[in-house]
Design a protein around this ligand. Structure first.
Ligand code: NAD
Length: 475
C-alpha cells in the first residue's frame, strides 16, 4: 500500500473503498457497478487574473461531474489551497450518493479553485470567481439543466451571486438563468433557510438517530438531544448553525475547535457569544470562562457524547481515533473520519452518522431553491393567505357553535399560513427523518451491514442501479 498519498488521494481511495464494500452487498452486475463508480467528467483548467499591482497570477480550477444518471449535476465549489483533483473527485462521488440517499433528482458534482480566500480581497475574489464561471460556460459545464454549483468550504452567498450574474450576462435569453447556481442571496433568487440548511440538517439527522430507545441503549445513551454534551470542530457555516440548533434543542456545547486552537467548558459555551468573540478578537482562544486547548485537534478527544466534525476531511484518523470519547460522531464535514479510523471506532461501538446522509441538508434546500428559480414564484405565495382564511373560518364556526373563543395568541398559532421558511424547514425535516429511517432499516435488514455508512451507500447504489437499468443498457 502506498503510504505517501496526498490527503486528496487518501480521501478518494476511502470513498471508493466505501463504495466497493457496499457494492459487494448489492445484486448489480460488475459493468453497471463500474459505471456507477467512475467520475463521468473531470475538467481541470488554468486561468490568468491581473491583480492590482499589475502582476498576473494563474489559478487552477477544477470541476468534476461524477454521475450523469440524472441531470443537472450538483455540488459545491471549494475555495482552498488544498484543493486537488482527487479531493474534488471524492467530493463529487459523495454528492451522487448523497443526492440518491435523500431522493434528490441530481447527479453529483463538485468544483474547486486552488487558493486561500483570506489571501485575496473582495475585488480580486470577484474577478477570480467570474473568470472560473466563464471557463465553465465555455465548456458547457454550468447551467440550470446542466450542472448547478453551490457554496462549499471557503465560499458563500457572495460568490454564488457573482456566479449567477456572470452566467446570466452570457445567457441573457435563458429564462431560468438564476437556477444555474444555488446558495445565492435572497435578493438574487436565493431561498429563505439555505444559509443554515446544512447545520439544521445535521441537527435533524442526529436527533432522529437519538429517537430510538433501543439504539440509544446500545450506545449507553438516553434518548433525545436534551442534555447531550457536544463538541464541534469548525465554527463556519455548517459548524456554527449545527451548534446553534443543538443548543436550541437542549444540548450543551462543551467544546469548540477552530484553526487557531480550541476551548472547553464542561458547564457549556454560548455558541453565539463565542462566534461574536472570535469575530471581534480574531481567535476563540482565551474565551472567558473556558479552558484553552492546544493543539486544536486535541479538543476532539475531550469528554462528550456527540462529536461534530464540521471543518475538513481526514480529521479523525487511526492516530487519534483510540482517544476519541464521543459515543456518536455526527459528520457535518465531508470525509472527516478516515476509513481506518471508522473501523476502529465502529469496533469500539461508536455510532458514526455518515456525511453522505447527515450533511445533505444543504443540497436538499439547494434543490428547493432550484425549484423556486424554475417556477419563478416564492414558496407559500399562492396558498398562505388562502390557508389562513380557511383556518379562520373554521375557528369562527367552532367558536360560534361552542360559545367559547380563543385568545389572540392561540388564534395566531392556529391560523398561521406557511411562509417560505416554514415550508423549507418542513421539507428539510421530512427529508432527513425519512432518509435516516431508510438507512437504519437497510442496516437492520442485512446482518452483514454493521455501520450506517455502508447502509447509506447500499441505498444510494440501489437507487442509481435501478435508474441505469431503466435505460435498458445494463441487464
Ligand atoms: P466554512 O468555510 O464556512 O467553515 C469551515 C470552518 O472550519 C472555518 O471556520 C475554518 O476556520 C474552520 N477550520 C479550518 N481548518 C480547521 C482546523 N484544522 N480545525 C478546526 N477548524 C478549522 O465551510 P463549511 O461550508 O462550513 O464547510 C465545512 C465542511 O462541511 C466541509 O467539509 C464541506 O464540504 C462540508 N459541507 C458544507 C456544506 C454547506 O452547505 N456549506 C454542505 C455539505 C457539506
Amino acid at each position: 500500500m502506498n503510504t505517501n498519498l496526498s490527503q486528496g488521494a487518501k480521501f478518494y481511495n476511502d470513498v471508493v473503498a466505501y463504495f466497493d464494500k457496499a457494492a459487494a452487498l448489492t445484486n448489480f452486475e460488475p459493468g453497471l457497478l463500474e459505471q456507477i463508480k467512475v467520475c463521468n467528467s473531470v475538467y481541470k483548467f488554468y486561468f490568468p487574473i491581473e491583480l492590482e499591482d499589475g502582476k498576473v497570477k494563474v489559478f487552477e480550477g477544477i470541476r468534476v461531474q461524477h454521475s450523469h444518471h440524472k441531470t443537472p449535476t450538483k455540488g459545491g465549489i471549494r475555495f482552498s489551497n488544498f484543493v486537488d483533483e482527487d479531493e474534488v473527485k471524492a467530493l463529487a462521488t459523495l454528492m451522487t450518493f448523497k443526492c440518491a440517499v435523500v431522493d434528490i433528482p441530481f447527479g453529483g458534482a463538485k468544483g474547486g479553485i486552488k487558493l486561500s480566500p483570506i489571501a485575496y480581497n473582495a475585488k480580486q475574489l470577484e474577478r477570480i470567481t467570474r473568470r472560473y464561471t466563464t471557463e465553465l460556460i465555455k465548456k458547457n459545464m454550468i447551467g440550470p439543466a446542466v450542472d448547478v454549483p453551490a457554496p462549499d468550504y471557503g465560499s458563500g452567498p457572495r460568490e454564488m451571486a457573482w456566479i449567477a450574474d456572470t452566467y446570466a450576462t452570457f445567457k441573457y435569453d435563458d429564462l431560468n438563468a438564476l437556477g444555474c447556481v444555488t446558495g445565492k442571496p435572497i435578493g438574487q433568487g436565493g431561498i429563505h433557510g439555505r444559509t443554515e440548511a446544512t447545520g439544521l440538517g445535521v441537527y435533524y439527522g442526529t436527533r432522529e438517530a437519538l429517537e430510538n430507545a433501543e439504539d440509544c441503549k446500545a450506545l449507553g445513551l438516553t434518548p433525545g438531544i436534551k442534555g447531550k454534551r457536544v463538541i464541534l470542530q469548525g465554527l463556519g457555516n455548517v459548524g456554527f448553525y449545527a451548534g446553534k440548533f443543538f443548543a436550541e434543542g437542549g444540548a450543551v456545547i462543551v467544546g469548540i475547535a477552530e484553526r487557531e486552537g480550541g476551548i472547553y467548558n464542561a458547564d457549556g459555551l454560548d455558541i453565539e457569544k463565542v462566534f461574536q468573540y472570535r469575530k471581534e478578537s480574531g481567535s476563540i482562544l482565551n474565551y472567558p470562562g473556558a479552558k484553552n486547548i492546544e493543539p486544536s485537534l486535541a479538543v476532539l478527544e475531550m469528554d462528550c457524547d456527540i462529536l461534530i466534525p464540521a471543518a475538513l476531511e481526514n480529521q479523525i484518523t487511526k492516530e487519534n481515533a483510540p482517544r476519541i470519547k464521543a459515543k456518536i460522531i455526527a459528520e457535518g464535514a465531508n470525509g472527516p473520519v478516515s476509513k481506518e479510523a471508522e473501523e476502529m471506532l465502529t469496533a469500539k461501538n461508536v455510532l458514526i452518522v455518515p456525511d453522505l446522509f447527515l450533511n445533505a441538508g444543504g443540497v436538499t434546500v439547494s434543490y428547493f431553491e432550484w425549484l423556486k428559480n424554475l417556477s419563478h414564484v416564492r414558496f407559500g405565495r399562492m396558498e398562505k393567505r388562502f390557508n389562513e382564511t380557511s383556518a379562520s373560518n373554521i375557528i369562527n364556526m367552532v367558536e360560534r357553535i361552542t360559545g367559547k373563543s380563543l385568545d389572540q395568541k392561540e388564534r395566531k398559532i392556529l391560523t398561521h399560513g406557511a411562509d417560505e421558511i416554514d415550508l423549507v424547514r418542513s421539507g428539510l425535516e421530512e427529508t432527513m427523518i425519512y432518509a435516516y429511517n431508510e438507512i437504519r432499516e437497510t442496516k437492520k435488514r442485512d446482518n452483514r451491514i454493521t455501520d450506517l455508512r455502508t447502509a447509506a451507500f447500499v441505498n444510494g447504489i440501489n437507487k442509481l442501479g435501478v435508474s441505469y437499468q431503466a435505460l435498458g443498457i445494463f441487464p
